[in-house]
Design a protein around this ligand. Structure first.
Ligand SMILES: NC(=O)c1ccc[n+]([C@@H]2O[C@H](COP(=O)([O-])OP(=O)(O)OC[C@H]3O[C@@H](n4cnc5c(N)ncnc54)[C@H](OP(=O)(O)O)[C@@H]3O)[C@@H](O)[C@H]2O)c1
Length: 294
């Protein structure tokens, strides 16, 4: 138990952020949480992530793209845990605006307040996808963090169960279009398991921590698991990667922000994402729980 220490959690309404609120609270921290909409955290998230409003000591409503709204956010804080990110397309904002500039606004205040540790969530395999804009933005921030003078940790998860939830939604509709052959491997991690790694990262040397979950699947196997959980025969159509990339280029003509985010999903299917295994939650159970809710 870490009584009396104060943690700021940004992205506290997100998939990982909610589990982080629970984990830090269970460890005895005073939790200040930055959210854009406090109502959202009064109910569970769509992938089973918990309602956390009652676990938070101080809810701050703000948006990292508006400097005034987050002024003083690090006052009196010991640990900053940043799990916010632009993970779905926005008509006006880019990854650079949120993942780099937005997080940098929090970092600048953390430096001023001399917080004792700053923990940031970036991505695994970043070196294999350096041109993807969301990864560029995350990594620009990592550079700033490393030169901040603060004690830091960078968590590098390979993929969350919530991401695999997209396979489940498509399986429920009866059909999945898959870019490539789906033969590359991943061991995705549950938010609760990842939150433990993040909270453990409060201690120790400055470091980068790659994180995956306990079970390794090919992307195609993960899709088949989703079909099985919803009691449907797997119906998966392979799209050649060149066709998927062509589709992205066309999408980019109409909606650049959407194309940028989708390009991450397509690029990620080109190689394995097997990271050191943590945790005890299994993807099969996660899909079965989603099936029970429908
Ligand atoms: N999903 C994956 O597989 C994966 C893998 C590796 C790394 N990551 C990284 O891990 C981080 C968390 O991912 P996640 O899946 O938990 O994301 P998520 O569920 O989409 O949550 C994102 C959080 O960021 C908040 N946010 C977004 N823009 C904001 C802004 N301008 N001001 C304040 N808050 C803002 C969201 O608030 P609202 O609730 O108001 O939207 C939400 O709380 C991201 O940086 C992501 O890139 C994700």
């Amino acid at each position: 138990m870490s009584v009396n220490k104060k943690v700021l959690i940004t992205g506290a309404s997100g998939y990982l952020g909610r589990y982080a609120v629970k984990e830090f609270k269970d460890r005895g921290y005073f939790v200040r949480a930055l959210v854009r909409n406090p109502e959202k955290i009064k109910t569970p998230g769509v992938h089973g992530e918990p309602a956390v409003y009652d676990s938070i000591d101080e809810v701050v409503t703000g948006d990292v793209t508006s400097a005034d709204s987050i002024s003083g956010i690090c006052k009196g804080i010991d640990i900053v845990f940043c799990a916010l990110g632009l993970t779905s397309p926005d008509a006006h904002l880019t990854s650079y605006d949120v993942d780099y500039v937005g997080n940098k606004r929090v970092l600048d205040q953390a430096i001023e307040e001399k917080v004792s540790r700053f923990i940031y969530v970036s991505v695994f395999n970043e070196d294999k996808m350096p041109e993807i804009l969301t990864i560029k933005a995350h990594e620009l921030f990592v550079v700033e963090l490393k030169k901040s003078g603060l004690s830091w940790a960078v968590i590098r998860p390979n993929g969350y169960f919530s991401d695999m939830g997209r396979f489940f939604s498509m399986a429920q509709s009866g059909h999945i279009f898959m870019a490539g052959e789906g033969d590359k491997k991943i061991n995705p991690v549950h938010g609760a398991d990842l939150a433990k790694v993040c909270a453990d990262a409060v201690e120790g040397e400055c470091c980068e921590i790659p994180v995956g979950g306990p079970d390794v699947y090919t992307f195609k196997e993960a899709m088949e698991l989703a079909f099985n959980a919803c009691g449907k025969n797997p119906w998966i159509t392979e799209l050649p990667l060149w066709l998927a990339e062509g589709g992205l280029m066309v999408t980019g003509l109409f909606n650049k922000n959407l194309a940028d985010l989708l390009s991450f999903a397509v690029e990620a299917l080109k190689f394995d994402h097997v990271a050191p295994a943590y945790g005890s939650h299994h993807l099969k159970n996660f899909f079965e729980e989603l099936a029970l809710k429908k």
